[in-house]
Design a protein around this ligand. Structure first.
Ligand code: F6P
Length: 362
């Protein structure tokens, strides 16, 4: 039997995942003559042994398609896995040993784990438990992985937000309103700040900078005093007022994180309470995660997929494909998951925003 490698996509999906799958399958076959087996729904499929044989014909046309043909799950933590008991109760179990046994049965040259910080940290734990033939590809629209300048999915999300800002600006201007746009990004403000800069926002609120509501209102007043009676606010879902907390829509548990949501509406209510401005809120939500990947993400997905196969071929297990100063490199997974990459409140991006008059609320 010819040699084969495996691939799974874990955590929240994002545009570009199919591009990684395609590049892995094509490079593995074309360059090494290896087959590729896809594991369904992240680590869930490894536990449940749900596999699909992939070949060039199956992946040839998926480059421009969003989502992931393998499915994904952000509740599939093999070290704290929800198992339904015969009496209907759900118990949390560590199923990692069974996953490793399944992996051994698959007899792979290597496994490509495509994921964000959660999925990567499971990959790292597997390596520490002895399943060493793992390499990673960083994906998340949040762009918050320390290992790489860019994760796949981020640029597409930014494009979506920028288009929304431009659309909302014209209606905001017509009605002299304050438009708040709540965007994803959880604990990192990369989407909010990058899209705010590219989309000409007037106020950008990110999780890394607790905002002072007086400063936000002062920004509207300054514009109003100049005769401009509308403003566009980009509010990250993880934005917090000074001394306040995250806006949590659904409380998490051991199997899943808190679901954030409501930061924009909370801000709208305070502005309405304290001023005469008319305010509307738009929550972009999963629109940012769906649809066609932009050209940058298709290109990055292809390069990351190729690099992942290279890492396996050269025995550099325990590494993720990463972009560093526009060079493709391999970085240890352990380093990639050590801490989140956050916006530096005093870094160049924030400085550029302030320099062109964007209020960051600090
Ligand atoms: O991490 C990616 C992300 O899209 C975050 O920006 C967001 O908070 C979260 O996933 C939403 O997750 P779910 O798809 O479970 O609602």
């Amino acid at each position: 039997m010819s040699k084969r490698i495996g691939i799974l996509t874990g955590g929240g999906d994002c545009p570009g995942l199919n591009g990684v799958i395609r590049a892995v399958v094509l490079h593995a076959r074309n360059t090494h003559g290896w087959e590729t087996v896809g594991i369904r729904n992240g680590f869930e499929g490894l536990y449940e042994q749900q596999y699909v044989d992939l070949d060039p014909a199956k992946v040839q046309t998926i480059l421009a398609r969003g989502g992931t043909m393998l499915g994904s799950s952000n509740r599939a933590n093999p070290f704290g896995y929800p198992l339904r008991m015969p009496d209907g109760r759900v118990e949390i179990h560590d199923v990692s040993s069974r996953c490793i046994a399944n992996l051994e049965r698959l007899d792979l040259q290597g496994l490509v784990v495509v994921g964000g910080d959660g999925t990567m940290s499971f990959g790292q734990k597997f390596i520490e438990k002895g399943a060493t033939r793992i390499v990673g590809v960083p994906k998340t629209i949040d762009n918050d992985l320390e290992a790489t300048d860019y994760t796949i999915g981020f640029q597409t999300a930014v494009e979506v937000v920028v288009e929304a800002l431009e659309r909302l600006a014209t209606t905001a201007e017509s009605h002299e309103r304050i438009m708040i746009v709540e965007v994803m990004g959880r604990y990192a403000g990369w989407i909010a700040l990058t899209a705010g800069l590219a989309g000409g926002a007037h106020v950008v609120l990110v999780p890394e900078i607790e905002y002072d509501i007086d400063k936000v209102i002062a920004a509207f007043n300054r514009r109003s005093a100049r005769g401009v009676s509308y403003s566009i606010v980009v509010c990250a879902e993880g934005a917090k007022p000074k001394g306040g907390d995250y806006a949590v829509a659904v409380k998490g548990d051991v199997t899943k994180q808190d679901k954030l949501g409501g930061a924009g509406q909370r801000l709208a209510e305070v502005i309405t309470e304290r001023t005469e401005y008319e305010v509307r809120t738009t929550v972009l939500g999963h629109i940012q995660r769906g649809g066609t990947p932009c050209a940058f993400d298709r290109e990055l997905a292809t390069r990351f997929g190729v690099k992942a196969v290279d890492l396996i071929a050269s025995g550099q297990f325990g590494h993720v494909a990463a972009l560093e100063n526009n060079k493709l490199v391999g970085k240890p997974i352990a380093k990639a998951v050590k801490k989140l990459k956050l916006v530096d409140p005093h870094g160049e991006l924030a400085r550029s925003a302030r320099a062109v008059g964007i209020e960051l609320g600090d």
